[in-house]
Design a protein around this ligand. Structure first.
Ligand SMILES: [Zn+2]
Length: 438
């Protein structure tokens, strides 16, 4: 198993910290609004990664947080004229609904900031004790100058980082790169802390949650490429300070999304919310469109790619439907089980090469169709291979067992056709279509 590690910029062999186990953490949403489809790319990507590790036999624990305390939430509460907790609850609920609709709900731990405040306090206290952080005027900042590796992930010189536009200018900081661990607030939601009333800094919560759930180090930390700096760089700085490690042995970042070759933005009018997108395309089609580009590459979401996703999905549906019919009528007692495919594993072990997997999937579908036409013996194993692969890609295809009644109708249809009673045959055929068998 090889993974591209954003930290070392190399493709590396995957070795878990503990044999047989994988721990992974993906930065979740700030719940102040509905998420857009760019937010769904890490969700879909790391759901596939999670499922593949499980398929390989690892015991995987996947955590993804909710940033439910944040200045953006305070602002939203003001605008919506409700409390911060109401804002967070509303958009957590909406996000969970999105996950369900995109069929990506398999996340083991979903920590929230509100539940981790005491852990955040003791974490910041330790940083202050070790001189890695300092309190000024009710705020606490991380002292970046103490981290000699600062910039390792985004591979930027600190001077470039300073000239970059994403640094918050604040006179109280010793160094422009220092970031807030605790932020004094005078409006909206505030929490009592050893440094006065305020809210925790965004970069602190993920490290604290990881330490709380998993301990000082995990196997995989992942997120969108836009989180590399400053968020992930700052997570790493805190972990170096307290645990002398980079939090994770492997850092994975998915590329961003463009819409028809343009950056998605509200001003361009091409901003698509996940909840609206799923009304127009089903989850399988969206996932096939997303996964047809390697996760590290930018994904250009165009009508063409969505049409292709739809067409591939329809081909899989048609083949599996025929196979399920064949197996129910002629091979009763069959069971759908995991079926290995060497090429599939080869592609997935190559840093999750899903574009190749989709090409393989199409050739398996073609083989299955041939096998059905020829009444061959490979219908069940081929079906199992396709179901195994599609399941890991997060696609769902129901393969219902027929009832005795349904089988009877099918036999009646066959008899009617044999006897050239086309009128009767048509009635049975209609019934079978209604039952979603044909
Ligand atoms: Zn994070």
């Amino acid at each position: 198993m090889k993974i591209y590690n954003s930290l070392t910029k190399k493709i590396e062999d995957f070795h878990p910290i503990e044999e047989g186990k994988v721990t992974m953490y993906v930065c979740g949403p700030t719940v102040y609004n509905y998420v857009h489809i760019g937010n769904m790319r890490p969700v879909i990507t790391f759901d596939m990664v999670y499922k593949y590790f499980k398929y390989l036999g690892y015991k995987v624990t996947y955590a993804s947080n909710f940033t439910d305390v944040n200045p953006k939430i305070i602002k939203a509460a003001e605008e919506l004229k409700i409390t911060e907790r109401e804002v967070a609850d509303r958009f957590i609920k909406a996000y969970l609904e999105d996950l369900k609709n995109y069929n990506c709900s398999e996340i083991d731990k979903r920590p929230r900031v509100i539940e981790c405040l005491d852990d955040i306090f003791s974490f910041i206290k330790k940083l202050i004790e070790k001189d890695y952080a300092y309190a000024v005027d009710g705020n606490v900042y991380f002292r970046v100058s103490k981290i000699k590796d600062y910039g390792i992930l985004s591979k930027q010189e600190t001077s470039d980082l300073i000239s970059g536009s994403r640094i918050e200018i604040d006179d109280r900081k010793e160094n422009p790169l220092d970031f807030a661990l605790w932020r004094k607030t005078d409006k909206g939601e505030q929490f009592d802390s050893p440094w006065g009333k305020g809210i925790p800094g965004w970069h602190t919560e993920c490290v604290v949650m990881i330490n709380k759930i998993f301990g000082p180090k995990i196997d995989i930390h992942a997120g969108g490429v836009d989180l590399k700096f400053p968020h992930h760089e700052n997570e790493i700085a805190q972990s170096i300070a307290l645990n002398n490690n980079y939090i994770a042995n492997y850092w994975m970042h998915n590329g961003h999304i463009n819409i028809n070759n343009e950056k998605m933005s509200k001003s361009l009018g091409n901003f698509i919310l996940a909840k609206d997108f799923i009304k127009e395309h089903n989850a399988n089609e969206i996932k096939l469109a997303f996964l047809s580009t390697h996760y590290r590459q930018p994904l250009n979401l165009s009508n063409k790619i969505l049409e292709e996703g739809k067409s591939i999905n329809n081909k899989i549906i048609a083949a599996l439907k025929s196979a399920n019919l064949e197996l129910n009528i002629n091979n009763d007692g069959h069971i759908y089980t995991k079926e290995k495919d060497i090429l599939f594993e080869k592609y997935m072990n190559d840093d999750f090469n899903t574009p190749n997997v989709i090409t393989l999937l199409l050739s398996l579908v073609k083989e299955l169709n041939q096998e059905i036409r020829n009444n061959g013996k490979e219908i069940l194993p081929l079906t199992n291979k396709i179901l195994t692969i599609t399941n890991i890609l997060g696609l769902t295809y129901p393969m219902p067992k027929f009832t005795e009644k349904q089988k009877e109708i099918y036999k009646e249809w066959e008899n009617a056709r044999k006897n050239k009673d086309y009128e009767k045959a048509d009635i049975y055929r209609q019934k079978l279509i209604e039952e979603n068998i044909l």
